[in-house]
Design a protein around this ligand. Structure first.
Ligand code: SAH
Ligand code: SF4
Ligand code: F3S
Length: 487
């Protein structure tokens, strides 16, 4: 079986880190009597997780996944619209597939995900090559749509749902190392940050039935997985009540009709699957993260001590323009709560946007001083990219020249590198539990994994294997990686 191909060179951007601009490709898992489905996924972890739902739905309909598009019957691009660059990448890939389709006209090409939702049937008109356009809430309709496309019709479904959570679908793990997996706990976003396209491409926020989440975690644990990451655009606003969400589950005893399951409750329910199953989650919104969540993290050793808490900016006026609904003081209060409850070794990471509309040099400096204050372990850093239809595009002028945006971004990146190195150095001499995820990229004699705070660590293999927990003493580091020895 082929390994996951992670070819970042296709869309490499000087400034961006791999996770949010990566591409994932389906692996070979088909039988001789099956049709072949190739899926190339862009964007965030939620999109990668959706591709696993897509593979599962089509598996039920006679498709197996392949890692090579050359012989695929169906090619899907699961797309991202978050920045202009993300869409340009997809357009380039569509040109590439267009050339292939000229030689193999029977190959069906579909655009899924956020760009499909944003552009809808415009994609069919603009890009001659596309046979199918399917939005993120319409994947149950895929077998039908693929059938239409095989019959030579253009197939479109970009209906956004208020209920769909794909709760009952067991994802086909496409890119898995068999050790770590994603579980989507909610869909959509109700926040309307002024720069962001997600509320338009993903629709209203809705939470998934907690039983189905816990069951998915249990199944993964039984299959040998050691870590799950609970995914949502704003996990802290997870909220599920049997009454509101799904009458059927009233039959189940664990949750009575009155009870509301909060994110803190859910986190504990998943943590209780097994102390040997690590739990992570992403993304936390600074306006919603509660002390209750922090105490749930403190109570369970297997809930990893790492919080992705995107600030976006360190300046209160800019935060207001961004419609983030918190200011600098509120954000600092939440960081102080993390430090008070979980201590100094808890990892904190962020997303930052440089050069938002009307941002002054002084306001940009506020972002740098916030970084100094928080001491982030890691950040995803971007310059502002105006997205059509968003509040910012309608209300504010995108008036910061590109060179200024880039200069500010590079200052943010330089600052983050310094802080990451400093934070990593803090771990030298400490002994940390590592979940081994695989071999080091550079050497088969070394293993690689992460410690609770999400720092990557490399150490000599000795007798250890991927999937094991190993106690490692940290000996050295760069700004990106820790190195150590098993003890
Ligand atoms: N739900 C998450 C973010 C999801 S999008 C949250 O609220 O934090 C991931 C990141 O992309 C955002 O945090 C933001 O930093 C960045 N981003 C979103 N829209 C952008 C835009 N128009 N230009 C530049 N970066 C953007
Ligand atoms: Fe976008 Fe804001 Fe929702 Fe995050 S919380 S997905 S940035 S609208
Ligand atoms: Fe991109 Fe959609 Fe995720 S716009 S970041 S794939 S929710």
């Amino acid at each position: 079986m082929k390994e996951l191909i992670t070819d970042l060179s296709i869309i490499k951007d000087d400034h961006q880190k791999e996770e949010q601009c990566g591409v994932q490709v389906s692996k070979d898992e088909y039988k001789s009597d099956q049709k072949k489905l190739y899926i190339e996924s862009y964007g965030c972890q939620m999109n990668f997780s959706d591709s696993e739902i897509v593979a599962s739905i089509l598996k039920e309909n006679g498709f197996g996944t392949t890692s090579t598009y050359e012989d695929a019957d169906v090619v899907f691009l699961n797309t991202c619209s978050i920045r202009e660059k993300a869409e340009t990448t997809v357009r380039n890939r569509l040109n590439h597939y267009n050339a292939i389709k000229k030689k193999r006209p029977e190959m069906v090409i579909g655009v899924l995900g956020c760009m499909a939702e944003r552009l809808k049937s415009k994609l069919l008109e603009e890009e001659k090559v596309v046979d199918m356009v399917v939005g993120p809430d319409a994947y149950r309709d895929l077998p039908n749509l693929v059938g239409q496309a095989f019959d030579g019709q253009k197939a479109v479904n970009t209906f956004l749902s208020k209920e769909e959570t794909y709760a009952d679908i067991a994802p086909v793990r496409l890119n898995s190392n068999g050790i770590t997996a994603f579980i989507s706990i909610m869909r959509g976003c109700d926040n309307m940050c002024s720069f962001c396209v997600v509320p338009f491409t993903r629709g209203r926020e809705r939470s998934r039935d907690p039983h189905s989440i816990v069951k998915e975690a249990q199944d993964l644990y039984q299959k040998g997985y050691k870590e799950v990451t609970l995914l949502g655009q704003n996990v802290d606003s997870y909220k599920w009540s049997a009454e509101e969400n799904n009458k059927k589950t009233l039959e189940k005893k664990e949750i009575n009709s009155e009870q509301i399951v909060s994110f803190a409750n859910l986190l504990e329910m998943v943590a209780e699957v097994s102390p040997q199953l690590r739990v992570r989650f992403s993304t936390s919104h600074p306006k919603d993260i509660t002390d209750e969540v922090l105490y749930a993290m403190k109570k369970h050793d297997n809930i990893c001590k790492n919080i992705h808490l995107p600030a976006q900016s360190g300046n209160s006026r800019v935060l207001e323009l961004m419609n983030r609904t918190y200011d600098r003081a509120w954000y600092i209060n939440r960081v102080d709560a993390v430090r008070n409850i979980l201590g100094d070794t808890c990892g904190i990471s962020s997303d930052m946007i440089a050069g938002f509309c009307s941002e002054t040099e002084e306001e940009h400096q506020d972002t740098l001083t916030l970084m100094d204050y928080v001491q982030y372990d890691f950040s995803f850093m971007f310059f502002y990219s105006e997205r059509p239809g968003t509040l910012a595009a309608k209300q504010y002028e995108d008036d910061i020249p590109l060179e200024v945006k880039k200069k500010r971004l590079s200052e943010i990146i330089t600052k983050q590198k310094e802080i990451s190195l400093k934070r990593n150095k803090m771990f030298i001499g400490k002994t940390c539990e590592v979940l081994v995820e695989g071999y080091s990229k550079k050497s088969k004699d070394h293993l690689q994994g992460r410690i609770s705070s999400n720092h990557v660590i490399v150490f000599p293999k000795e007798q250890y294997q991927p999937g094991e927990y190993v106690k490692v003493r940290v000996e050295d580091c760069t700004s990106a990686t820790l190195t150590g020895v098993p003890v």
